[in-house]
Write a protein that binds this ligand. Structure first.
Ligand SMILES: Cc1cc2nc3c(=O)[nH]c(=O)nc-3n(C[C@H](O)[C@H](O)[C@H](O)COP(=O)(O)O)c2cc1C
Length: 263
């Protein structure tokens, strides 16, 4: 394939964008990052155009993306683009993506920020449906524009976050580095019937079933997939989420979110 797009997604927003860009671009392989993020051997990327599509977490690049990139080997003259999506803003994510690439001798050619419905249920519930629809409609036309720009290998400026944000960067990174430990806040309530959907959608493979009840390990990515995709709304985070409306991208099927393992 001439092009490759790597994505990470908890509630389908990144996957929907990545799929749309893949289809418009043609000749593009779409690969889910988490299953490869701890690959033993370095991964050599020979594609002409390389994309990274991911959500912004606490203003940052998700740690799983950073780990994945640290294991990549790039060629020469490749067009590398990032699509950061978020509820509010891309903040420090593109600068961090570019830095992660620089550590591998590569550089970001273009950055495409896309607003999507926010999914951080620990702080807020799903947006009203009409607002979600508006945001998703706009994002669709944005994704078409991204595909066109990528086809033409058009470069762009890389937003690195306003200076006040840089002051908080260390603190924000510290939060993301603590994601594993934050898994201890998840729990399943009486509604849980042991169906195992949470374990299947967990991109980190961090959930197992014990006596038909989910148990969280220490390698959480905080993507909220376990809460947002639970068909019985039985999974919650501490005492923060029980009464909040769930969200996942309306055009992404549950089965598309199942963790895929490399061959
Ligand atoms: C742990 C966590 C932290 C988040 N932090 C931010 C943030 O700092 N800024 C922002 O605009 N959106 C933030 N969001 C919202 C997501 O970036 C946004 O909803 C994204 O589209 C989700 O993509 P996905 O469905 O592919 O996982 C956060 C979401 C989660 C789960």
């Amino acid at each position: 394939m001439k092009n490759v797009i790597f994505y990470f997604s908890g509630t389908g927003n990144s996957l929907a964008l990545a799929k749309q860009i893949t289809q418009k671009l043609g000749d593009t392989e779409l690969i889910s990052v988490p299953a490869y993020s701890d690959a033993a051997e370095p991964i050599k990327i020979t594609a002409e155009r390389i994309g990274f599509v991911f959500p912004v977490y606490f203003g940052c690049l998700p740690p799983v993306m950073k780990r994945f990139i640290s294991n990549l080997e790039f060629g020469r003259e490749q067009y590398i683009f990032g699509v950061a999506n978020f509820g509010g803003g891309s903040w420090l994510a593109f600068g961090q993506l570019d830095s992660a690439l620089a550590e591998r001798g590569a550089a970001l050619s273009a950055a495409f920020p896309v607003k999507m419905p926010g999914n951080y249920i620990v702080k807020y519930g799903a947006l009203p449906q009409s607002l979600q629809n508006k945001i998703l409609e706009r994002a669709k036309s944005k994704a078409d524009g991204i595909a066109e720009a990528v086809k033409g290998k058009i470069p762009s400026a890389i937003p690195r976050g306003a200076p006040p944000l840089k002051i908080f960067e260390k603190r924000l990174l510290k939060i993301t580095e603590g994601f594993g430990k934050m898994a201890e806040n998840f729990h399943a309530g009486e509604n849980c019937n042991g169906c195992g959907v949470c374990a299947k959608v967990c991109p980190a493979g961090n959930i197992s079933l014990k006596d038909s009840a989910p148990v969280w390990g220490g390698s959480c990515e905080q993507c909220m997939a376990c809460i947002q995709w639970c068909p019985r709304e039985a999974v919650n985070y501490a005492d923060k989420t029980a009464k909040r409306k769930r969200y996942h991208h309306p055009e992404i099927k549950l089965s598309e979110m199942f963790r895929t393992k490399p061959d």
